[in-house]
Design a protein around this ligand. Structure first.
Ligand code: COA
Length: 408
């Protein structure tokens, strides 16, 4: 391992092939200072990141690549979207999207190890792919990155170059949940009993569910990601103090990052562990809570595509839905507002036009109620969705559509 300054990056870039694939810590673990310096050294490259946030380099010569699109890449004409559930992205990094350079953003070293901190995710697999295929690994070492345990800990031997920076991590501003999100949160919370294990998806609604749970006891967390809501549950005494909080990435406030730093209760695991449907199915009373943009009368959800373009991706939603359905006492919730105000349309639609991201949910939940789906007949699913989840103004049209589709 060689320690170099941020103005010596040509030592790295001179060893890369033309148009290299550069895989960088995504979500809220991106090393922006380093990325900006690297960008000056490379005329053309493929920037591969998950849920990239605004502020990444964006110009001709850069091709964006991602299996989960964040606001930093969304709607770009230079975006290559790679559809795939998150649990399988590590495999693709070994077989199809092999990186030429892996850039990890880490804590400062401790006893021969650095920690990936708030973003573990697919990075251990990316490092393994790099080691196997003769690619390079750079650690951007930052005293602001929390030191987290588990698969976050990377031996210094796995790193080719170490670059020191000092940069605050991105934080996620707190957004007050809307009245609709709170109603949906309460609807789901009534079905969550003490001792359940929770997975929380991305978006406003999963956050709102947590705010309805402070009186529960013994809750456990097995999730792909978590945010400040988990800290609130811990402060309210709602979490099982004997079990680890298992997650693969974290984003939220500086207080949250301070809390995960050297916290033995938080066990960061690589995606292959957190998102394995087998592991998820072993959790007691596993409750998965994910959001959709539209759900149709066949209980098929679209969580990834709007305006005829990719908006996000599958993420771990399918991994957790299948896992929750396999867990004893588990439930998979798919949540969405019943009406999309901007387009003035129902979000419960007769039949999806956009690609399906998941199906067979235990309940589809809107602010009007919860429609029981998994285990019900096709006919009953459609009726439940119309009567318990759809906006009242959409119900007549949906019932006519259900007849036309031979569902009722
Ligand atoms: N028709 C048309 N547009 C719609 C729509 C509908 N029915 N529903 C939402 N939209 C638009 C919104 O207007 C917004 O577009 P804009 O930014 O141009 O205004 C966009 O879609 C996103 O909607 P929003 O309600 O803000 O989404 P969100 O932040 O609550 O996230 C998902 C919802 C579904 C996009 C998000 O949960 C996701 O990406 N899920 C898939 C991955 C996943 O579940 N991972 C879980 C494991 S971590």
């Amino acid at each position: 391992m060689q320690v170099i300054d941020i103005d010596q990056l040509s030592k790295i870039t001179s060893k890369l092939p033309n148009n290299p694939r550069v895989l960088v810590s995504g979500n809220f673990g991106t090393p922006f200072l380093f990325l900006s310096a690297l960008d000056k050294q490379l005329a053309t490259y493929r920037l591969n990141m998950l849920n990239a946030q605004p502020g990444i380099p964006d110009r001709d010569g850069i091709t964006f690549e991602s299996a989960f699109i964040g606001a930093g890449m969304r709607y770009s004409d230079r975006l290559e979207y790679f559809p795939g559930r998150l649990s399988l992205v590590p495999r693709m990094l070994r077989t199809h999207t092999k990186p030429d350079l892996v850039v990890i953003h880490t804590s400062t070293p401790r006893a021969g190890l650095v920690s990936l901190g708030n973003e573990v995710n697919v990075l251990p697999a990316a490092i393994e792919s790099a080691r196997k295929h003769n690619a390079l690994v750079v650690a951007v070492v930052n005293p602001h990155m929390p030191y987290t345990f588990g698969d976050a800990e990377i031996p210094l031997e796995d790193i080719d170059y170490l670059v020191e920076v000092s940069e605050n991590l991105r934080t996620k501003p707190h957004v007050e949940p809307t009245e609709v999100a709170l109603k949906i949160g309460q609807e789901i919370a009534t079905r969550i009993s003490d001792g359940s294990t929770l997975q929380l998806g991305i978006g406003a609604i999963p956050d709102a569910v947590l705010s309805a749970l402070p009186n529960r006891k013994g809750l456990r967390i097995w999730t792909e990601m978590f945010s400040d809501g988990v800290l609130d549950l811990r402060n309210a005494g709602a979490l099982d103090v004997r079990s680890h909080i298992t997650a693969s990435f974290v984003f939220g406030s500086q207080e949250l990052y301070d809390w995960i730093h050297l916290n033995p209760r938080v066990r960061m695991r690589r995606t292959e562990v957190t998102n394995s449907s087998g592991n998820i199915g072993k959790q007691p009373r596993m409750i998965s809570i994910n959001a959709a943009l539209q759900v149709d009368l066949f209980d098929q959800a679209n969580s990834s595509r709007v305006h005829d373009r990719i908006y996000s991706g599958f993420g771990g939603s399918t991994d957790f839905i299948v896992g929750a359905l396999n867990s004893r006492g588990g439930l998979a919730f798919m949540a969405l507002p019943s009406w999309h105000a901007k387009t003035n349309t129902s979000t419960i639609v007769p039949k999806l036009i956009d690609p399906v991201t998941s199906f067979q949910h235990s309940y589809v939940v809107t602010e009007h109620g919860a429609a029981h789906c998994a285990g019900a007949s096709q006919r009953q699913q459609a009726l439940n969705l119309i009567e318990h989840a759809a906006h009242p103004d959409a119900r007549d049209d949906l019932m006519k559509a259900a007849h036309d589709l031979n569902l009722v």
